[in-house]
Design a protein around this ligand. Sequence first.
Ligand code: ADP
Length: 624
Amino acid sequence: MMRRPLSLPAFFMPVTRRLRTIGLLLPALAGLALLAGGVGFRVSEGMGLAALQETGHHRLDLYAGSLEREIDKYAYFPATLGLERDVLDLVSGRAPLAWGLNRYLERLNERAGTLSIYVLNRQGRVLAASNWNRPDSFIGEDLSYRPYFVEAAAGRQGRFFGVGTTRGEAGYYLSAPLSEDGAIVGVAVVKVSLEQLEQGWSTVEAPVLVTDENGVVILASVPSWKFTTLRPMDEPTRRHFDQTLQYNARPLPPLGLTPVSRIAEDAELVRLPRPPGGQLEETVFPVSGGFLAQTAPLHGTGWTMTVLSPVAQVTGMAWTRAALAAVGSAFLGILLLMWMQRRRHLHDLERKVEERTRTLRAAQDELVHAGKLAVIGQLSAGLAHELNQPLAALRTLSGNSVKFLQRGNLEAAQGNLERIAALVDAMGALTSQLKSFARKSSGAPRPVAVRRPIDNALFLLDQRLRRSGVAVHLDVPEEVTALCDPNRLEQVLVNLVANGLDALAGREDGRLALTARTEDGRVRIDVADNGPGLSADVLPRLFEPFFTTKEGAKEGGGGLGLGLAISAGIVRDFGGALTGANGPDGGAVFTIDLPAATPPTDPSATLAAVQAGDLICPTLPSPP
Ligand code: ADP
């Protein structure tokens, strides 16, 4: 096939196509990376939040438990004051204020580590207090408006977080009714500080806060969060606070906690703004940004505890993983593309190879066809040449014979007719050679002891051998067995021996040696003579049909140049090869190489082979 030079547009075509492919692939790759990144982010964030939720839960349990225990410690404290005779006497108005009682309360307060302990009468006026000797003592104050008094005066336990009205000190008020003979005669109050607990919280890694029933932050691990509100407060509520002085008229600004999304019943993602004016508190945890807020009610109070776990780390990790997933998927995508490209390339190559093979096969078929035609041409030319001469001779001889007969010269006519008969015989010999050229292998190859066809061939040529005086040397062991057809092998051997005799014609010391041996699973039969050998121009054309160096027709149709061509074909049919070479001491050596046969192991088959004459001296298998 001719290669045409590529035109310029054709040269640029693959480049533009490639660019177009890249233009399509790049967005696809980017899309894949984005998708993988997105999925990676979501999965990582989900896992991180789940882990955060788990630790948040533990923290919540821990802190809530400690707070509840702290409050429970004082739960029955106020009620126990009702067991004191002096207290009951005082609130019921039976005895005047005894300074001993004040001192008793003071000592009790010190021991219990509470902020203050005081006793009120039925009207809400403070009669005795632990801080009796301080300038800001409650004694004499009317606290009937305080919710803890209202509750206890109604016979219930009062629980109230508030800011003290005199000193502005925040604390937890626990109150209990003081009753005598079933009637409420006064109220006992204990004020507890929860500051210590709060201080303990500030050292942990997540901020904690406690809101009361009004949504006001009353405890927080970040001091500035205290007395802020989680939800905006309406006017009536604010007015109510002003009345009860629960937070001692503090402004209660909103904390600014904004919900982002709820991820569970008790867990929500929230955001906290940066503290105004950039004032940053000394905390071990972040106080602004994204948080996972988890809440739990505190038993025995109307309060709610909230743990805020910072999500920055989770988000950071999710971003890293998303980036990794994106890069990884892009890399995989590129690998996949490269692999696909390679496959396509290989596919193209395969297709090209297939195409070339097809073209070559067609060319080969053409060549074979042409070769066949050439052989037929050669054959026809050879035949025409071989037949034309005797035909012309026949024409002349027959014409002459007619003339001789007309003249009555019978002797000359008879001579001509005899020559005509000889010519017809020679032509018959030629056609018989052609017949054997056309003949295919007659049967499947079978194990044959080569000694038998060799003996037969020598027997056939016995007359010629005797006349030539050539000495035949035979070295063919009887056990040499080849896979072939004995008759056709015999044909080949006759040819080779006849060629040898031709080569030795006119020599006094002519010698022919036939040897056979088995070697590496092959049988080699050598036919060697001590004739002139094969010259350099004969050797390469030895097996060419009609190649001959022999002049004119000889006995047995020799000189046609078909003998070796036919023989080589026969040997090839057996899966062997026929080669010709010069012997070490001059002369030609023709070698028949055949597959060796193992003699049949089945005794009946062996017997049949012996009877057919294929095997001579069988190695009988030993009986089982
Ligand atoms: P033919 O015998 O009809 O010429 P072959 O094909 O048998 O045709 O042989 C071809 C040629 O090979 C012979 O003409 C001869 O030149 C050469 N040749 C074959 N055998 C021998 C031999 N033993 N010694 C020398 N030349 C040989």
